[in-house]
Design a protein. Structure first.
Length: 210
């Protein structure tokens, strides 16, 4: 397998990638359905000091952005990402702290969130949303992928998560039904309201009084 370094534009395609610190030679291996978007997400987290991998974050903070390079190791279709990532993790030895930044021996970047379309979600405004790559979507929008996954599986004990609901959510009917007949303080009809909880939250209203 030959690694291909993207010196200019990183492609909008799926594959396995490597982030390498040129100062100490250590690498981080991952996979993504969109390599460019994933690299941008890594950089955002690292610049803010909030990256999920503390080892990579410390190296970035210590050496600076110019000391890191992004390399495409292999272009892979979505269905094969997890297997390919696992192979590269073993080949590079990136879980060895002397060699790399990866924490887990098992490939997790592909996981349940990569290359899959997630339907049935509704955003805080009650609008239906189809999500491609749940983990990437959650990273971009400041959401916890575990909480969203529990909503999807109907395993969450909460009605919603940060205003997000799913057709499988426990007690979700209260959130997805349409509410009509409300009148605003100016005497104008308000509604129909698709998501009462989100409507009240956005207007600092107490839902139990509505």
């Amino acid at each position: 397998m030959s690694a291909r370094k993207q010196d200019e534009d990183i492609p909008d395609t799926s594959g396995v990638y490597q982030i390498r610190c040129k100062r100490n030679g250590k690498v981080y291996v991952g996979s993504a359905v969109n390599l460019r978007v994933r690299w941008e997400a890594h950089q955002r987290g690292l610049r803010k000091g909030l990256h999920h991998n503390s080892y990579l974050q410390r190296a970035w903070t210590c050496y600076g952005a110019m000391s890191f390079e992004f390399t495409v190791l292999e272009f892979v279709e979505g269905a094969g990402l997890l297997e390919a990532e696992q192979r590269w993790i073993h080949e590079t030895g990136c879980t060895d702290r002397r060699i790399g930044f990866n924490v887990k021996l098992e490939a997790t970047s592909a996981g349940e969130g990569i290359g899959r379309i997630w339907t049935g979600f509704r955003d805080p405004n009650g609008s239906p949303v189809t999500i491609v790559n749940l983990s990437e979507f959650c990273r971009r929008n400041g959401l916890n992928s575990g909480s969203m996954l529990r909503l999807f599986k109907g395993q969450s004990k909460l009605k919603s998560y940060k205003g997000w609901t799913h057709v499988n959510s426990v007690r979700q009917r209260e959130f997805i039904k349409t509410h009509i007949g409300f009148i605003d303080p100016d005497g104008e009809p308000a509604g129909p309201i698709r998501n009462l909880a989100a409507f009240c939250r956005d207007r600092a209203l107490e839902k139990t009084h509505m």
